[in-house]
Design a protein around this ligand. Structure first.
Ligand SMILES: [Zn+2]
Length: 93
């Protein structure tokens, strides 16, 4: 995952708060482990049938491990990417 994606996930997780973004979620030591777990969960029949949402690995800004959570929609990603642009503009102004 590149630095922009990591920062995007950090922003989204901070907004969601430690209880929902970190809390009781399983901690993976590496992105690769979290990716494997997400791929396993996404392989379930319920996901293929659309009865459960897809999941993705994301870096945690609270405990600095990796967790697996609901895959963000394109609109959500756009929102957090834009948040980063605003911060950069503010910081450079
Ligand atoms: Zn965490």
């Amino acid at each position: 995952m590149n630095i922009n994606d990591i920062l995007m996930h950090y922003r989204a997780a901070r907004e969601a708060g430690p209880e929902s973004a970190c809390g009781s979620k399983q901690a993976h030591g590496t992105e690769e482990q979290a990716d494997r777990h997400a791929a396993h969960l996404n392989g379930r029949v319920e996901v293929k049938l659309g009865q459960r949402h897809r999941v993705e690995a994301y870096p945690c800004p609270f405990c600095f491990t990796w967790h697996v959570g609901r895959e963000m929609t394109f609109a959500e990603r756009e929102q957090w990417v834009r948040a980063s642009d605003c911060e950069q503009r503010k910081n450079s102004a």
